[in-house]
Design a protein. Sequence first.
Length: 370
Amino acid sequence: MAVFDPARLTQARQLAGMTKAALAQQVGVSAAAVGQWEASTTPPRPDHLRRAAEVLDVPIGFFALGRPYAQLDASAAHFRSLRSTRVSQRAKAIRFVEQTWELAYALEKRVQFPPVDLPGFSGGEIYNEDFPTDPMRAAQALRAAWQLGNGPIPHLVRTMETHGLLVTLVPFAGADTPRIDAFATSRLPRPTVVLTPDRANDVYRHRFTAAHELGHLLLHGDPAPGDKQQEREADMFAAELLTPREAIGPLLPDRLDFNAFNELSLAWGVSLKSLIYRCRELGLVSEATARRGYQRIEQMNKLGLIVPEPVTNYPGETPCLLAKAFALARAQGLTQVKLANELQWKVPRVRQLLGEGDSRPALKLVGQDA
């Protein structure tokens, strides 16, 4: 009990989406007792801690002091809407990011990751004294810094990983993941972008989301979760990063030409809707014409004339840094079991954060109803 880490109990409980009262009921103590454990005023008895480990589905060693731990606060992440997410859901998301960093840290002891190359980033904070604060100019400056030229970015997520960012795409909160939505934080040794599988069924939406979160990292060193102005600025950054007006402007039609839009969509990796929006931004079409375009797209979607392509068809838009790092370490003898023991996680948790999911077959007893 002398090595009990109360912060680890909080982390495990919030990852499980449990309140103190719910955990207390399962363990057989009062909610006040759990509060005292987490506040480090009174340590739990060994039998209570074993039961808590069972309830929270972690090894009992998970609660031990001594392992690297980067604690985050929910205010350190760019959540899109505070009204659509509960406090417990945001807490689960933050704890997931903490564990993503722990996994990366464990792998970095064995494999050299790309150095972080994000303007203004140092030591878990963004300080851009000389970097543009205007979203469009910031997007142009990042293209210059990363030597992306002025044309389409074929592999946005791979590009982000190549420049040292951590990017994930796993259902970190189960069925709650879509409600929490994508988010990002710069308050870790590596800037981290969390993308969500619900947006990955449309590669164009997925790419815009990644660019949006990248905009938050660069523009908003002091996050204001749910702030509408910051969200608008991140959208403006994403649009300019993916389709620089200097390059896309001469290519856009001055009317609703869907054949032209489709060709540009394929070439630039953006949606038809975003191209119409760009036409409106650049004054090529009126607001009324743009609305008709959006209505046309909605009709085509309903008729099945526009079929979104999933990210799985585009390897360059699927995060792979952690998985590739593990593959290199595995060649030197690291196994998922060894890694799980080091992190004091269960093996399925390691698989999940590596992006492998659960490969075990789903079985049921013969004779039972589905």
